[in-house]
Design a protein around this ligand. Structure first.
Ligand SMILES: [Zn+2]
Length: 132
């Protein structure tokens, strides 16, 4: 894991433990993620992160709304996967960024407890996951 990943991890953990974010944490995240972090905070402010929870298993996946006018939604695992274009081209292929804005929004919303929870059956969740 890179140094910046480790720094990001420790900030996320701190936010998770208090469910709030202070000025210092904001500036570190901004330093690490730049414009993507600004976009992510806008998505979270708009309540754009849904946590889709399968019942009865309790397994979940996050769905993050995009910023374009079409308002597409991306299924996303905060740690290691997003279904968006940027994830494949900027992160997997070119290795330029740590993660995309949807992953950041997902992580931020989860850490703050700011996800909109949506309950579905485990079968519905399986269908969603099979489309990845
Ligand atoms: Zn993404």
């Amino acid at each position: 894991m890179s140094a910046s990943n480790l720094v990001a991890e420790s900030v996320w953990k701190a936010i998770e433990s208090t469910h709030s974010v202070n000025e210092e944490q904001l500036s570190v995240l901004h330093f690490l993620f730049g414009k993507n972090f600004e976009k992510a905070t806008r998505i979270v402010d708009q309540r754009g992160v849904k946590k889709i929870i399968g019942e009865p298993s309790g397994r979940s996946i996050l769905q993050v709304v995009g910023e374009s006018r079409r308002k597409e939604e991306y299924l996303c695992f905060a740690d290691n996967y997003c279904a968006c274009y940027s994830f494949f081209y900027d992160i997997i292929n070119r290795g330029e960024q740590l993660c995309c804005k949807h992953q950041l929004a997902a992580r931020l919303a989860e850490s703050l407890g700011a996800c909109v929870e949506v309950k579905v059956s485990d079968e519905q969740l399986a269908v969603l996951l099979s489309e990845l």
